[in-house]
Design a binder for this molecule. Structure first.
Ligand code: ADP
Ligand code: MG
Length: 573
């Protein structure tokens, strides 16, 4: 550490001391030099084209690593662009720290017209888990430590750290030893165990179940509890269903997976164990008789006690971190010698078999379709990931998201990242970039043509850093579909140019570009791109008639009128 230090030096030192290796951001006044200092101190700074993408990337890094992802933005407009992603991360329960430079507070507070002036600290508060403003260089270490603890302690979430430009340039009082200001928090995400009584209550309920099921959520994936969950399921044969980002905690296709008999298993279960998944809108807020029966008993494991009873009565809450909770719960269930009843497993197996047969027929038909539908574009991805299970999949869109979730199996935990709890578009490239950076593995970003439009310019970022990211744009010429280019002589609000050459965006920045119209062309392009490890965009031109309004969640529209296009698979299982 140099002896004379200003706020910017101390910020970089504090991040370094806390093991930060990568920062995602977009520079300008007053943080450009902070990013340069980071690189001089060995921290990789990944520069994005828009702040929301940078903060999304940092959030994905947080999810994948279990350490807070770090993002850096400029003041007011940059801050506000990033804020949406900070809120998304908080909704997803992903740990991220958004650091934003801010303008002169004396000018801002007197409303004198400061350059990019805004009271960012107070604006951020409703949109994150915690916010801190560092006013003095000697507080930088403390601010970083508090932000880390807030981001990963308890339920993870987004933290805002305001760094005024003035403070960044201010020298630390020479009488203070800079090293003494740096804090590394001890045990920032402490283990939290439930009581023996709570464990016994849950074990008693589960082991008396006649029709048990387990719902896995991304909280279980984040907690890295896969070994315990695999042990629980394989020793009891309890059917499990993963939420989209929980796919891979246990490999899809495992014999205990009930994903292909979702309605039956959720609707008929008498006991459901929720592992890191909320009964929010994604599960119809726990409604009866669909998806859950009236008298089902829930056991819920969650790190946040306030989550319990938020939608349905929870018969047995297990509040604590997943790994600690399961370290008590799984041995107790195994000691009870519990096995899921065979008649229940037979019923699920029968339903699975008939649904799988329907699916494979639809898949075969999909392969032959010209122009292709979603299957033509997705089956090659499915096969590639089956052959290379340590490939990551990122996905966004409506039909693209929904169909891809059903069609593409995931075999390893945290290998699928998608639009998440808020259903946000524009996360595909940022998540893919962070995934490639943090894991060093190839990533396939499967996006709808509308979704790609939100963040397509980050293709340049992928190319600039030479990341092994293959973007597949499912181009059906519109939001939901492109079947109605006009309404009463005007351009339809849901229509997008189906002849758009999205692949050329990659070529513009030195990446690979493919335009494919059939299953076979898609398969060939994907294999070639994957082998090359080079940045790629594949424009998969689909039949514009393909796609339902809002995909699987059309019922959420307060519908006046809408016309569905066909989909090439049975949507209800
Ligand atoms: P999904 O969308 O996959 O159903 P959610 O994001 O709705 O998952 O739910 C994740 C839940 O996991 C949140 O309620 C969160 O509090 C919880 N959670 C996050 N980390 C942990 C952890 N380490 N242990 C237990 N629960 C956790
Ligand atoms: Mg589309």
């Amino acid at each position: 550490m140099t002896v004379k230090m200003n706020g910017a030096d101390l910020l970089v030192e504090a991040l370094k001391a806390n093991g930060v290796k990568n920062v995602y951001g977009l520079v300008g006044i007053p943080v450009t030099d902070v990013s340069r200092l980071m690189e001089m101190e060995g921290i990789h700074f990944y520069a994005f084209r828009r702040e929301d993408a940078a903060v999304e990337a940092a959030a994905a890094a947080g999810y994948l690593t279990g350490r807070p992802g770090i993002a850096l933005t400029v003041s007011a407009p940059g801050f506000l662009n990033g804020l949406v992603a900070l809120k998304e991360a908080t909704e997803n329960c992903w740990p991220v720290i958004m650091i934003s430079g801010s303008s002169d507070r004396a000018l801002v507070d007197m409303d004198r017209g400061e350059y990019e002036g805004m009271d960012q600290y107070n604006a951020a508060k409703p949109f994150c888990k915690a916010a801190f403003r560092i006013d003095k260089p000697e507080d930088v270490g403390l601010g970083v430590a508090r932000a880390i603890r807030a981001a990963i302690g308890g339920r993870p979430g987004g933290v805002y750290l305001d760094v005024p430009g003035e403070m960044l340039g201010q020298m630390l009082d020479p009488s203070i030893d800079p090293a003494s200001t740096i804090h590394v928090p001890v045990d920032p995400a402490p283990a939290q165990f439930p009581s023996d009584e709570a464990v016994k209550r849950a074990v008693d309920i589960l082991t008396s179940a006649k029709r048990p099921a387990i719902l896995l959520g991304k909280g279980a994936a984040y907690a890295k509890a896969e070994d315990q969950i695999r042990d629980l399921v394989s020793s009891t044969s309890i059917p499990f269903l993963p939420m989209s980002m929980a796919k891979g905690i246990i490999p899809d296709g495992d014999k205990n997976s009930a994903a292909a008999a979702r309605s039956l298993s959720l609707g008929s279960a008498d006991v459901i164990l929720l592992l890191g998944c909320r009964l929010n809108w994604l599960l119809s807020n726990g409604a009866s008789p669909k998806p859950f029966s009236e008298d089902v008993k829930f056991i819920q494991v969650d790190i946040d006690g306030q989550e319990i009873d938020s939608n349905r009565h929870i018969a047995a809450p297990l509040v604590g971190d997943m790994v600690s909770v399961l370290s008590k719960f799984v041995p107790a269930v195994k000691a009870a010698g519990y096995k899921a009843p065979q008649d229940w497993l037979d019923k699920i197996a029968e339903k699975k078999a008939s649904n799988v047969e329907k699916m494979s027929k639809a898949e075969e038909a999909g392969k032959g379709k010209e122009p292709m539908g979603f299957y033509g574009a997705m089956l090659p991805i499915r096969d590639l990931i089956a052959d290379n299970p340590d490939t990551y999949l990122v996905s966004e869109g409506a039909n693209t998201l929904d169909i891809g979730r059903d069609v593409i199996d995931i075999f390893q935990p945290r290998h699928r990242l998608d639009t998440g709890t808020w259903g946000v578009m524009g996360v595909g490239l940022p998540y893919a970039i962070a995934t490639a950076v943090e894991t060093g593995r190839p990533v396939i970003d499967l996006a709808g043509d509308s979704a790609f439009g939100f963040d397509g310019m980050e293709t340049e970022t992928v190319c600039r850093y030479h990341l092994p990211v293959i973007v597949v744009v499912c181009n059906n010429g519109g939001i939901y579909n492109g079947k109605d280019p006009e309404i009463d002589g005007m351009v339809s609000p849901t229509y997008l140019d189906p002849s758009g050459q999205y692949d050329l965006l990659s070529r513009a920045f030195g990446g690979r570009a493919y335009c494919v119209r059939t299953y076979q062309e898609m398969e060939d392009a994907l294999k070639e791109a994957y082998a090359s490890k080079e940045p790629t965009v594949i424009n998969a031109v689909l039949d514009p008639n393909m796609g339902k309004e809002s995909g699987h969640i059309g019922h959420l529209n307060p519908v006046i009128f809408h016309q569905d296009g066909p989909v090439d698979l049975p949507s209800e299982k």
